[in-house]
Design a protein around this ligand. Structure first.
Ligand code: FAD
Ligand code: NA7
Length: 488
């Protein structure tokens, strides 16, 4: 295209969404630049190209979850004939090094991919100065002015700190934990988001004394019956919960690594709770990275929560400025969603495709010690939408075969389908709590997308012996009140 701008497309943010969009736009012949700059955390932690998922999100958390899972399987292994020692030890530093090495190779791979696709990579912080111009500032303070026909804001989000004394000085967040050079020791996690519970799960699994401080409910937005089951399981596996409390003050009472912190908290009945921990991780939500980047100079409308308001097609209030991923209002904060949105946006802009990103029935998994996979509506959201009388819930506890010989408890794992009676029992909610839930949920989610009914699930032939086959034999409704304990 002929124009007077430096680029056809400048992408701000080299994370999941931004990289996908920049590579696809370049594939389609556009002149593209991507700016990615990581502002260090209050502790000074920083990282390479690739954004949240690769550096301080999905990837390191799944690997730490795996490290914890292996500890459990080492115990099982004795029941399976292995002479695994009764006491095995875990080396935090070695795990962090191995995981960070993997991340380093991913960072490198992204740089190479951008170079191969002829996308200009600017390791610099971008700020809008007018609707077609940004200023970039690199680590050494070097400035550059860049103009572009179109912009994509894909700046993601960062952890929020509570507004209490000591928070920024003494606590860490998910931005620090995955590269923490020393073992965390006795740890308090504040918040009951999936990020908090996942971190608590792997820390407890690795052998650390772990406490979660919950303000109200677990996993707001997720199916609450399953959220409670996750909490119960974690409690039975060593995670302590302080319910109905928020921290009010955090002070350092012992220097050193990790040192010691005193946390004062207040419960909803006004009581004061004091505890001492080596590490405090706050995971109370994330703020979109939309402040201080000059969006007001470009005239882009933001929602009250700071996210970019978009119309259909991820278009902001300024037609040539788009937003995807975690900064987009009304989206889902998930890596594959950001990637899909970036790729499809580029194809609509530069290949005249019409396919829009579908934000409905997106499957996801919470990687707590027992994993929770879901797709579609929670039971409460389904009841809200269709009314209690029109919802039939089929459910069962189950025990994966692998748990039997290992003598693990029988009724921890759970499966349920939420169906709409008036629509031929169409399945609108799929839920599974158990090992490998993500692997199971991914496949079934296409069934939900295609409108599968309960009869379709009943008619499906299982794969034996698997956990997933439970979905082909669900015959107890929740309404019946019948016992759903696993029957061997
Ligand atoms: P990001 O990946 O956050 O990328 C934004 C980039 O822009 C960053 O590199 C940032 O430094 C940069 N940037 C910001 N402002 C500027 C600026 N002005 N100039 C230049 N660069 C800038 N999702 C899943 O699907 N599965 C999971 O299991 C999962 N686990 C997670 C675990 C944790 C602990 C966290 C925190 C998140 C997890 N997520 C998970 C969510 C997932 O990481 C995000 O949804 C995804 O990374 C969003 O991608 P994005 O492109 O919107 O932004
Ligand atoms: P969420 O989902 O926004 O959850 C934040 C959690 O932190 C939640 O449990 C909150 O409790 C809790 N919270 C919030 N503020 C405080 C304070 N001040 N003190 C103590 N606890 C607090 O978190 P994420 O950002 O991790 O997840 C983002 C999205 O990713 C999420 O929406 C999912 O769709 C995927 P509350 O329930 O409000 O009482």
């Amino acid at each position: 295209s002929s124009h007077s701008y430096d680029y056809d497309m400048v992408v701000i943010g080299g994370g999941s969404g931004g990289l996908a969009a920049s590579k696809e736009s370049a594939n389609l012949g556009m002149k593209v630049a991507v700016c990615d700059f990581v502002t260090p955390t209050p502790k000074g932690t920083t990282w390479g190209l690739g954004g949240t998922c690769v550096n301080v999100g999905c990837i390191p958390k799944k690997l730490m979850h795996q490290s914890a899972i292996l500890g459990g399987e080492l115990k099982d292994s004795r029941e399976y004939g292995w002479d695994t020692p009764e006491t095995v030890t875990h080396d935090w530093g070695r795990m962090v090094e191995a995981i960070q090495n993997h991340i380093g190779s991913l960072n490198w791979g992204y740089r190479v991919a951008l170079r191969e696709k002829k996308v200009d990579y600017l390791n610099a912080y971008a700020t809008f100065t007018d609707p077609h111009t940004i200023k970039t500032v690199d680590r050494r303070g070097k400035e550059k002015i860049i103009t572009s026909d179109k912009f994509l804001v894909a700046t993601g989000g960062r952890p929020r700190y509570p507004d209490i004394p000591g928070a920024k000085d003494h606590t860490i967040t998910s931005d620090d934990i995955f590269s923490l050079p020393h073992a965390p020791g006795k740890t308090l996690l504040v918040g009951a988001s999936y990020i908090s519970l996942e971190c608590a799960g792997f820390l407890a699994g690795l052998g650390y004394d772990t406490t979660v401080m919950v303000r109200s409910i677990l996993l707001r937005g997720f199916d609450q019956q399953i959220a409670e089951k996750i909490g119960t399981y974690m409690e039975q596996h060593g995670v302590k919960f302080i319910r109905g409390a928020v921290p009010t003050n955090i002070e350092k009472i012992e220097e050193g690594t990790p040192g010691k912190l005193r946390v004062t908290a207040k419960t909803t009945d006004g009581e004061e709770v004091v505890g001492e921990y080596n590490t405090v991780v706050v995971a109370i939500g994330r703020d979109p990275c939309t402040s201080g980047i000059g969006l007001e100079n470009a005239g882009v409308d933001l929602a009250k929560n700071g996210k970019v308001v978009v119309e259909k097609g991820e278009q902001s209030s300024v037609p040539h400025i788009y937003a995807i991923g975690d900064v987009m209002e009304g989206g889902l904060e998930l890596t594959p969603v950001a990637i899909q949105a970036g790729r499809l946006l580029a194809r609509r802009l530069y290949r005249k495709d019409s396919l829009q990103t579908d934000y409905v029935n997106v499957p996801t998994t919470v990687f707590t010690p027992l994993e929770y996979g879901c797709c579609g509506l929670s039971e409460e959201a389904a009841i809200d939408k269709y009314g209690e009388d029109d919802i039939e819930v089929y459910h069962s506890s189950y025990q994966p075969l692998e748990f039997t010989v290992a003598h693990r408890p029988e009724n921890d794992c759970y499966a349920k389908l939420v169906c709409v009676k008036s629509e031929n029992e169409k399945v609108v909610g799929f839920h599974i709590l158990g090992p490998n839930a993500g692997e199971i949920t991914q496949g079934f989610s296409i069934g939900l997308k295609l409108g599968a009914t309960k009869a379709d699930f009943d008619n499906l032939i299982g794969i034996h012996p698997t956990a997933a086959e439970i979905f082909t034999t669900l015959n107890i409704t929740k309404r019946s009140g019948k016992d759903v304990s696993a029957q061997g």
